[in-house]
Ligand binder design. Structure first.
Ligand code: HEM
Length: 226
């Protein structure tokens, strides 16, 4: 009996922690997108914003390390819960019936793994500058790192445009289900909150994806340029 409740508690505890860490990461995605939308205000606005963040190294590294810890916790607990659920199934399903499950909910492990790949590529590209070091190290007339020029240069390349658009599609799928189920896990099954949260997930996901996609496409089609 104690083992049974122990199992329920750890499984429930994991779900709540996955939900909280997922919500924190979604908050970062929205905040990051709002910052990046300054690309529409031009080079000076975006580069000054990027320079401001770098002028506060303690705060920047605190946020980076916190994000890294949250990502590790989120992935670790999600994998553990998935393995646990798989083992808890007495008999493997012969045929899966997905009548009520959305594409997003059925592909969480796949979209989560692809999203991780996209983030690693994105960090190597725009934070570490490994993909295009020459563009990454350029400075603007005020001596700030030219983040605006770097992004514009990147999205003039169709291969990078494609990678980022696929990244946004994967992000949208993952977030739309993740946000709804996280909010529902925290809503503790209240029917009215459940309905509200089911709609809120896709809405926030769409806002995030539309904002990011607008940046990529505006540059790709020459609406934003150096
Ligand atoms: C079109 C979409 C995006 C654009 C234009 C973009 C742009 C950028 C740029 C320019 C940087 C480097 C900032 C700097 O060095 O000052 C950066 C860093 C970063 N981006 Fe993005 N990003 C996009 C989407 C995303 C998404 C979808 C995620 C996560 C799911 C993400 C996560 C990050 C992270 C974690 C960093 C590192 C922040 C740091 O310096 O500590 N980005 N991004």
């Amino acid at each position: 009996m104690i083992r049974f409740f122990g199992h329920i508690l750890t499984s429930l505890g994991s779900k709540v922690l996955i939900a909280l860490s997922g919500l924190a990461l979604a908050g970062f995605v929205v905040f990051h997108m709002l910052g990046n939308l300054q690309v529409f205000q031009g080079q000076e606005a975006l580069n000054s914003y990027a320079a401001l963040l770098r002028e506060m190294p303690m705060a920047l590294w605190s946020v980076r390390l916190t994000l890294l810890a949250i990502v590790a916790l989120h992935i670790g607990l999600s994998v553990r819960l998935a393995v646990h659920n798989q083992r808890a199934r007495p008999v493997r399903y012969v045929a899966r019936h997905y009548r009520h499950a959305s594409v997003a909910s059925r592909t969480m492990a796949l979209t989560g793994s692809l999203l991780l790949l996209f983030i690693v590529f994105h960090l190597l590209h725009l934070t570490a500058g490994v993909v295009d070091p020459a563009a990454h190290n350029r400075l603007d007339v005020r001596g700030h790192r030219d983040v605006f020029g770097n992004i514009v240069h990147a999205f003039q390349n169709p291969v990078l445009v494609l990678i980022y658009l696929i990244g946004q599609a994967v992000l949208g799928l993952h977030l739309s289900h993740a946000l709804s189920s996280s909010l529902q896990a925290l809503g503790m099954g209240h029917p009215m909150l459940d309905r509200l949260f089911r709609g809120a997930g896709p809405l926030i996901a769409i806002l995030g994806v539309v904002g990011n996609t607008a940046i990529v496409l505006a540059i790709a089609f020459g609406l934003v340029h150096t």
